[in-house]
Design a protein around this ligand. Structure first.
Ligand code: GDP
Ligand code: MN
Length: 391
């Protein structure tokens, strides 16, 4: 689950990381109130940032500065309601603008191959890390945290020096360690600060001081670990969740959209993977991974069908059910019901084996479904049907 920058910043603050003050506003009036507050508190400029769950807001015109309250209203008017990569901006973050001296990149990600948290840093901040990796891979510093001990002090110091943050060593060490504690505290799979910035501020005597702060924050949480953090469920942004993902979650289905044309409805994660492999081997491309789970009843089958058909690229469906707890006849009834109400008709190939397979076969035959006895046959028929539809 992705969370908004403002929510990610709250989690960072809770872990003790330095983040400039901010407020979230949903209207021009709310922006004005926040702007008045920050200007009164001494800000020379304020920053207004679109809160949408996509990167590159700056380039898209979703991050802007304002030097006085009326300008803040104008800027808010231009950002609220704008479209960034297909998402409408409904809220913005407002805060005192940072006077940036230099931008860096720092992130913690789950390195599944190594089974550890990987810290990545670069002195080329503000730029997407993928771009740095492509054009200047040597500029990225990497270090693994220890699975039991976390990021050790000497590791963090080495990392900070290698990133070019020797001049802000103490802060850089605290932030690097903070990223790792944030990862672990919330079961995140990514905590990314881009930019991590050296900013110029005024001290109590009015003299300039430099400080290292997290200017942007991106956190993605491990969906499978969310039950351990019920309070984080409130950070889910229903405005931005893909409708298919939301439907699947509410129906209790495990669904991952892919790029192909053959919709797959399967019970069990392992069987779903196998089904996708066999579709590929038969020359097709799966449109999704979909596990209807054990003991699925007719209504869940109908929900799965609706979610699969909502993808306009799907031009054939392969249903592969291994009946154990799941009863084949129950699935067959679900398919028949679903087909009766579905808005769009695509060829479907059904293979049901195991519990109540004979009853299922009789029901499907009566309803004129295309069936298959083996998985290879089902995959071949589905691929042929998809090709026929595409031609
Ligand atoms: P993103 O484009 O979605 O990653 O949004 P960011 O929050 O990273 O902002 C993009 C860029 O806007 C940053 O790299 C900065 O150069 C600039 N920016 C963001 N906040 C401030 C700020 O407070 N002051 C100034 N001067 N620039 C900012
Ligand atoms: Mn950024």
């Amino acid at each position: 689950m992705k969370i908004q920058e403002a929510d990610a910043k709250s989690l960072l603050v809770a872990e003790g990381l330095p983040v400039p003050d901010w407020e979230v506003a949903r209207s021009i009036e709310e922006v004005r109130i926040a702007a008045d507050r920050f200007f009164t508190e001494g800000a020379r400029e304020i920053v207004i940032k679109a809160q949408v769950l996509v990167g590159g807001r700056g380039k898209a015109g979703g991050v802007k500065l304002a030097g006085f309250p009326e300008q803040a209203e104008l800027v808010a008017g231009s950002i609220l309601g704008m479209d960034i990569k297909g998402i409408t901006v409904r809220k913005v973050l407002v805060g005192p603008a940072a006077d940036i001296v230099k931008e860096f990149y720092m992130s913690a990600v789950l390195d599944r191959a190594a089974g550890r948290i990987l810290l990545m840093g670069s002195a080329e901040g503000g730029v997407e890390i993928e771009q740095v990796a492509a054009t200047n891979p040597g500029a990225i510093v990497r270090i693994h945290a220890d699975p039991l001990l976390g990021l050790l002090d000497h590791q963090a110091r080495q990392f900070a020096f290698a990133m070019g943050l020797g001049g802000h060593l103490k802060a850089a060490v605290a932030i690097a360690k903070g990223l790792v504690t944030t990862m672990r505290a919330y079961d995140a799979d990514l905590v990314e600060i881009n930019p991590l910035a050296i900013v110029r501020e005024l001290d109590a005597a009015g003299g300039p001081v430099e400080r290292l702060v997290c200017l942007d924050a991106k956190i993605t949480l491990d969906d499978s670990a969310l039950p351990r953090h019920p309070e984080l469920e409130a950070l889910r942004d229903p405005d931005e969740e893909d409708p298919a993902d939301r439907d699947a979650r509410e129906a209790g289905l495990t669904f991952i959209k892919l790029d192909g044309t053959i919709g797959c409805m399967v019970n069990g994660a392992g069987l779903a993977m196998t089904t996708m492999d066999l579709v590929k081997r038969a020359g097709g491309e799966p449109a999704n991974f979909l596990d209807i789970g054990g003991g699925a009843r007719a209504d869940r089958v109908a929900a799965a069908m609706r979610i699969i058909l909502a993808d306009p690229k799907v031009d054939a469906i392969l249903v592969n059910i291994f009946g154990g707890i799941t009863r084949g006849d129950e699935v067959a009834r679900g398919l028949i019901e679903a087909r009766a109400i579905q808005e769009r008709s695509v060829p479907m190939v059904v293979r049901i084996v195991g519990t109540n397979a004979e009853e299922a076969a009789a029901l499907l035959e009566e309803a004129h479904f295309t069936t298959a006895a083996t998985l290879d046959e089902a995959a071949a028929k589905a691929v042929a049907a998809s090709r026929g539809a595409a031609a």
